[in-house]
Design a protein around this ligand. Structure first.
Ligand code: GLY
Length: 341
């Protein structure tokens, strides 16, 4: 963590404000605070996706004003994807933009949300509807924070890790498909592999106009299921859990639409279901999911576009799928046998 102290000592910010939620405030702020120095202000919000809202953004902007943060202030986003998305959005818009850095504390944050400059908030239960591309000045990743994570969060982040293997690096998938996230000791190298893949893709397509869309594999269905779950379930799915489900459904769409081989579909489904389980939904959920998908900013009014696999390790984007195809893909998921956990 001395890297953070060094980095800060080479810059002169008028003020440092650390943004946390209850979890990162309790588990991670005590580990990081002495490396930031004594003089910082602290903003804390409630944990969970429901906090990625306009109300939270207004709360943070007001706090920044209260702390007299000027244009030379630095916001330090210490937390998971919700905190880095929301904090990045608030920093990028406050006084037309102040600097921010991300210190992700979840696996999902480390391999995805904190990297690549996407910031934003949800509107109601529709994910990431308002936001902007704004790169963090720096991202500091400390795998030691993973020790503070509940197991459920670690598994959810592992879904995003597996996604990188499926869309870009078969070798990574081959290694990870047999791994148990609870027994991985060298997280550092797993995170480095994923971040290198993401940075390489973002460099080629920072504004998400082309290649970057392959990062959405599993997310078109995943975001819709996540929104549904946020609206209807007492204990909503985590983002990564919804993406794990989405990757199985979208692997079936890949089999149908982009020539993914049947043996690879079977391999993907069996490993993802074994690791992440199989969620139970009624078949008629597809109507609600479809309306969420049409709201998704990546889709045009009447077509739902997917990033799909041609084979393990290679993805394509902007593949239109019909309502019937999506319904059939969801049937496939629901027909799979739940693992004996
Ligand atoms: N999370 C997908 C992206 O950053 O493009």
């Amino acid at each position: 963590m001395n890297r953070l102290t060094d980095w800060l000592s080479k810059r002169s910010y008028s003020k440092i404000i650390i943004l946390t939620d209850d979890n990162s405030s309790e588990n991670c702020l005590p580990l990081i605070s002495k490396y930031v120095g004594k003089q910082y202000s602290h903003i804390n919000i409630l944990p969970g996706e429901h906090s990625k809202s306009l109300e939270s953004a207004a709360f943070i902007w007001n706090k920044l004003l209260e702390f007299d943060a000027d244009r030379s202030a630095l916001l330090v986003n210490l937390g998971g994807g919700m905190i880095t998305d929301l904090g990045g959005f608030c920093a990028a818009t406050y006084k037309r933009g102040i600097s921010f850095i991300n210190i992700p504390t979840t696996l999902l944050g480390m391999v995805d949300a904190a990297v690549g400059g996407k910031t934003g908030i949800d509107i109601g239960n529709n994910k990431n509807q308002v936001g902007l591309f704004a790169p963090a000045e720096a991202v500091f990743t400390y795998s030691v924070f993973l020790r503070t994570l509940p197991h459920r969060e670690l598994f959810a982040g592992f879904a995003e890790v597996m996604k990188y293997g499926l869309i870009y690096q078969k070798q990574l998938w081959d290694t990870l498909k047999l791994a148990d996230p609870m027994h991985i000791t060298d997280w550092e190298s797993v995170i480095v592999s994923c971040v290198k893949i993401k940075e390489g893709i973002v460099k080629l397509d920072p504004m998400d106009k082309g290649l970057r869309k392959i990062l959405n594999f599993g997310h078109t269905i995943g975001h819709a299921v996540e929104s549904y779950s946020l609206e209807n379930e007492h204990s909503p799915l985590l983002h990564g859990e919804a993406v794990a489900l989405g990757m199985v459904v979208e692997a079936w769409l890949s089999f149908k639409k982009t020539r993914l081989a049947k043996n690879e579909l079977d391999e993907i489904s069996s490993h993802l279901i074994r690791i992440f389980g199989r969620k139970r939904y009624e078949k008629d959920i597809v109507d609600t999911l479809y309306s969420y998908m049409l709201n998704d900013k990546k889709n045009t009014t009447n077509a739902v576009r997917f990033a799909l696999l041609e084979c393990i390790g290679n993805a394509v984007y902007d593949v239109n799928c019909s309502f019937e195809e999506i319904a059939e893909a969801l049937d496939y998921y629901l027909s799979l046998k739940a693992p004996n956990l």
